[in-house]
Every structure is written in structure tokens, then in C-alpha cells.
Design a protein around this ligand. Structure first.
Ligand code: XMP
Ligand code: MG
Length: 228
């Protein structure tokens, strides 16, 4: 997958002709890159459409329960059910880490599912799998409820940080080890509604100046040709 797109810098300077590559070396001048466009709306939507077709084929003749983990996964789920356009049920869970500083993966269920999973074909729809700890714990909890099948569909797979090997049946994109914002993913609970996925290289710069998030997708932003 090509990770193309514009860049935004801390410090406000936006030199012309900045790199479109997602490849480390910042272009000359203007300070370090704060935000890059990882996946634009069209790329995300094209992949979600493909995943939808795949799910429709794989679940033909059954009516799976799609389980979404609040809150990051809901944007992906909303697009995925429409792309799949298949008979299915949808339910939601909210979980939180007991201790974010501890990598045990043990989570507290803040809001449980309302549907009964016993004998059901269950598909967990996740935004991003990072260490895999949260998902591993969640799958153990769901498996204990006796589903006929239990699979995972993750939009993003940050495989480089995996600690527990967790089987993912469907993956949208493999992504690099950088903080991501948009398309359901939050920056301090904000920015979930962005249609694109942004890679935040400098969190403090963006916290200090959230407008940096807009630069990579502006038509006149760095790396973009001016409108004709
Ligand atoms: P683990 O490490 O257990 O955690 O696989 C996955 C969960 O961590 C959250 N996460 C992120 N949220 N931007 C976010 O907004 C990110 O870059 C990011 N990486 C991980 C997410 O909730 C996921 O379910
Ligand atoms: Mg999540």
C-alpha cells in the first residue's frame, strides 16, 4: 500500500513542494513534520467497499452479529454495514483498560452487548489492532458465550507493535507505528469525524495548534498543486 499525502509542520511555515512521500526524511525548511495524510477518504472508502463485498460472500446464508467496540470502531462499522449490505445484526460494547500503564490487556466491560451470542456467527469490528492485548482479552470473553464462529475485521493493523498474536480474518490496511487520528480514531476524544486518516508525528504541536490537522487535506496545503 502506498502511503501518500500532504504534510503539516509545527511552526506554521508551509514551504511549497513538500514531499508527498510517507518516508521519514522531512523536506527542507519549515521544521519537523507534525501531521501527514496517511489515507485519504477515497482510499479508505475503496477498501471498506472491498471488505464489504468479501463479508457479503463469506457470510452468505447466515446472519452474523457485528460487534463494535466503542468508541473508535463505530465510524468503520457504520460504513462497513452499508458496504456489506447483507442481513446482519449490530451490537456495541464499551471497554476500558483497568490500568493503561499495565500491558496486561485486562479490560473492564463498561457496557456489555445486549444480544445473546450463543450459536451466533460473531464478527468483531475493530478500528485498530495495536499490541493485540485488548482484542485477545475481548475474544476470550466473547468465546465463553458460545458463538458458532468468532472472527475479527480490523480496519487498521499496526503489526509492528503486536505483543500477542491475535488472528485477524479481515484487515483493511497495515499501518506504521505512528499515532493515528480520524475515521473514528480520536485525539483526546476529538477529531473522530474526519473522513481521512492522519498520522500525527508531533502530538504536542497538534495539541497546541489543532489547525495543523487541516493542512494535509487543504487543496493549497503542502505537497498539493494549487487549484486551476
Ligand atoms: P491494543 O494495544 O490492545 O489496543 O491492540 C488497541 C486499541 O488502542 C487504541 N489505539 C488507538 N487509538 N489512535 C487512537 O485514537 C491510535 O493511533 C491508536 N492505537 C491504538 C484503539 O482504541 C484500539 O482499539
Ligand atoms: Mg478500539
Amino acid at each position: 500500500m502506498t502511503l501518500d499525502g500532504g504534510v503539516a509542520r509545527a511552526g506554521g511555515e508551509r514551504p511549497a513542494g513538500a514531499s508527498m512521500e510517507f518516508d521519514g526524511e522531512p523536506p527542507e525548511g519549515g521544521g519537523p513534520v507534525a501531521v501527514r495524510l496517511l489515507l485519504d477518504e477515497a482510499s479508505v472508502q475503496a477498501r471498506v467497499a472491498e471488505l464489504g463485498v468479501e463479508l457479503r460472500g463469506d457470510y452468505e446464508g447466515v446472519e452474523p452479529i457485528l460487534v463494535s467496540v466503542l468508541r473508535g470502531g463505530v465510524v468503520f462499522l457504520a460504513d462497513l454495514v452499508r458496504a456489506a449490505a447483507m442481513p446482519c445484526l449490530v451490537d456495541f460494547m464499551a471497554i476500558s483498560r483497568f490500568d493503561a500503564s499495565e500491558d496486561t490487556g485486562v479490560v473492564r466491560i463498561e457496557k456489555d452487548l445486549e444480544l445473546d451470542l450463543s450459536g451466533a456467527h460473531v464478527l468483531v469490528v475493530e478500528d485498530i489492532v495495536d499490541t493485540g492485548l485488548t482484542l485477545t482479552y475481548l475474544l476470550r470473553v466473547l468465546a465463553a458465550r458460545g458463538p458458532a464462529s468468532l472472527r475479527v475485521c480490523a480496519l487498521l493493523d499496526r503489526r509492528a507493535r503486536r505483543i500477542v498474536d491475535v488472528p485477524l480474518s479481515y484487515v483493511g490496511f497495515e499501518v506504521p507505528d505512528v499515532f493515528l487520528v480520524g475515521y473514528g480514531l480520536d485525539l483526546d476524544e476529538r477529531e473522530r469525524g474526519r473522513r481521512e486518516l492522519l498520522a500525527v508525528e508531533d502530538l504536542e504541536a497538534v495539541r497546541g495548534d489543532p489547525a495543523l490537522l487541516d493542512l494535509p487535506t487543504r487543496p493549497d496545503g503542502p505537497g498539493r498543486l494549487p487549484p486551476v
